[in-house]
Design a binder for this molecule. Structure first.
Ligand SMILES: Cc1cc2nc3c(=O)[nH]c(=O)nc-3n(C[C@H](O)[C@H](O)[C@H](O)COP(=O)(O)O)c2cc1C
Length: 193
């Protein structure tokens, strides 16, 4: 008998693609849908149950201001001979195109476990979000521009909190596309004796 659960899960995993703001429609992702996506994040595995994932959801004027701050940080941190006006403009444009931007933060517990384990747990949480978004037909992608290292003050993060990315989301009109991956067999070694 066909196992429906594995078929559904496998389809969602393989179908999920990073969908970028340029493809988002202007239809708003409702707060309940955002909450449903974040609820999935909360079920990620977590060593010593530190549950390090923390999120700040930017919508409406909030996301526009975040875009302006990211653009300002880009300008501030880029030598004038490397500064690109096109890139500067695209940062605020992306914030305008997205329905919401979620900052992907982690609360570190350096007395309990190393930072990489907290980051790994956050990444598991983000994958849960991405798969849930796909199942709800919401486009999303994890963005990790250099400016996130300088966002701490703007985000008012605690002493032990760190930002590891931005999760852009929006309904979209993109055709489904195949994943670009080399075969898994090239990445597995079997040892049986
Ligand atoms: C930790 C992490 C950071 C990423 N940062 C960026 C980024 O800054 N810019 C970008 O265009 N894509 C970023 N991506 C998305 C990748 O480009 C994308 O996952 C990859 O091209 C594979 O495509 P797929 O997600 O559609 O399978 C990031 C993905 C991960 C997991």
């Amino acid at each position: 008998m066909e196992n429906k659960e594995i078929t559904i899960l496998s389809n969602i995993i393989k179908r999920r693609r990073s969908i970028f703001p340029v493809s988002y429609t202007q239809e708003e992702v409702p707060v309940e849908v955002i909450r449903q996506i974040l609820e999935s994040a909360n079920y990620a595995p977590t060593h010593k149950l530190t549950e390090p994932w923390r999120f700040i959801v930017f919508r409406n004027e909030g996301k526009i201001k975040l875009g302006q701050e990211l653009a300002r940080l880009y300008k501030e941190s880029t030598p004038s001979n490397q500064f690109l006006q096109k890139k500067y403009d695209s940062i605020t444009e992306k914030a305008g195109q997205a329905s919401c931007i979620i900052t992907l933060n982690a609360k570190l517990h350096s007395d309990k476990i190393p930072e990489w384990e907290e980051l790994a747990a956050l990444a598991c949480a983000v994958q849960n979000m991405a798969l849930t978004a796909e199942a709800l037909q919401v486009g999303a992608y994890w963005s990790s521009p250099g400016m996130i290292a300088d966002l701490k003050e703007y985000l008012n993060l605690g002493e032990h909190e760190k930002c590891f990315g931005l999760f852009y989301m929006g309904y979209h009109n993109e055709e489904s596309r195949e994943a670009k991956r080399t075969p898994i067999d090239e990445k597995i070694k079997w040892i049986e004796s």
